[in-house]
Design a protein around this ligand. Structure first.
Ligand SMILES: [Zn+2]
Length: 308
């Protein structure tokens, strides 16, 4: 397309850069409620945020829907967790949308995991076995210090699509970093008497936050992330652990609690169900309060159960 009039051309360029929202707020779609909370924290009243998954939905296992395609089609910014958390559905949604801005490489696309060093990166053998963490552990938003990098990536995305408010986004990011560092440090100090306490988990969901609290995951009920445990694996867990070596079993509410209960009772330790996402528990309505809610539950369980 040739434009003889340079003013007309610049008008097209400006129109392409303008946010869509008629109310002047940016429309942001995220894959998870954790990311939605981060967008709200950094974007403040500049943004309208919608999460494609609900708080008690396991984002590993959503299905792509036409509604999701419509939603990201209308978005100024699309934020995904990355590290293959949404491997089963986001690529299809991205493929179907006509909104090129929110595709990877577009001005309105944010991979919130950019710059995050994943733990538990498996070898190829695990990939072939259907591991749902093929790029390492994707659940970094449970730890508010790691979530700072996601917040940085989100701020960069907001600044790209709304450069006029760069100071607002930078100030909100700085405040989040300061607050989250303070909160995590204070909880780490409270966990000092329990440093090295050993735990069994169901899925590798809370590992980043457990590590930052000085706790040690010694085994998981899923033999690999996403693989249901066999009766043999459950029996092995029960025979290999005891209250002398393990303090509790931790799990998410969306996995089979009968299996969690069987393992905890078999070992003879408490079963603790934590909040896996923002909005999944009362009071856990942002990244910091999600961390605090989970930390409080673990601390109470450690203080109320006998030490080996
Ligand atoms: Zn996972």
């Amino acid at each position: 397309m040739k434009h003889k009039n340079p003013w007309l051309l610049s008008l097209y360029v400006v129109a392409a850069l303008l946010p869509f929202s008629a109310l002047g707020r940016l429309r942001v779609t995220t894959t998870t409620t954790d990311l939605a909370a981060l967008v709200e924290t950094i974007g403040g009243d500049r943004v309208e945020v919608f999460s494609l998954s609900r708080p008690l939905q396991d984002a590993h296992y959503l299905d792509a829907t036409p509604g999701m395609v419509v939603r990201i089609g209308r978005s100024d910014l699309f934020v995904e967790n990355g590290l293959d958390l949404e491997l089963g559905w986001v690529p299809e949604v991205i493929r179907e949308t006509r909104n090129r801005r929110v595709r990877p490489g577009g001005i309105g696309h944010v991979d919130a995991s950019l710059g995050i060093q994943a733990i538990q990166v498996p070898d190829r053998i695990h990939r072939d076995m259907g591991d749902v963490h093929p790029s390492g552990n994707p659940h970094y938003t449970l730890d508010p210090v790691l979530a700072q990098q996601a917040a940085r990536n989100i701020a960069d995305g907001l600044i790209r699509v709304d450069p006029g408010h760069v100071e607002t986004y930078e100030a909100n990011l700085e405040a989040f970093i300061e607050r989250s560092n303070e909160v995590v440090s204070s909880w780490q100090a409270r966990f000092e008497p329990h440093a090295g306490a050993r735990l069994v988990i169901y899925h590798k969901h809370f590992d980043y936050m457990l590590e930052s609290l000085g706790l040690v995951v010694v085994d998981s009920i899923e033999p690999l992330p996403g693989l249901a445990p066999s009766p043999r694996h459950v029996a092995q867990l029960i025979s290999q652990h005891s209250p002398d070596t393990v303090r509790m079993v931790i799990m998410e509410p969306w996995h089979d609690q009968r299996v969690g209960r069987q393992v905890a009772d078999g070992i003879g330790v408490p079963l603790l169900i934590l909040c896996p996402t923002v909005g999944s528990c009362e009071g856990a309505d942002n990244i910091i309060s999600l961390f605090e809610t989970n930390a409080r539950k673990i601390l109470e369980a450690l203080e109320s159960s006998p030490r080996p």
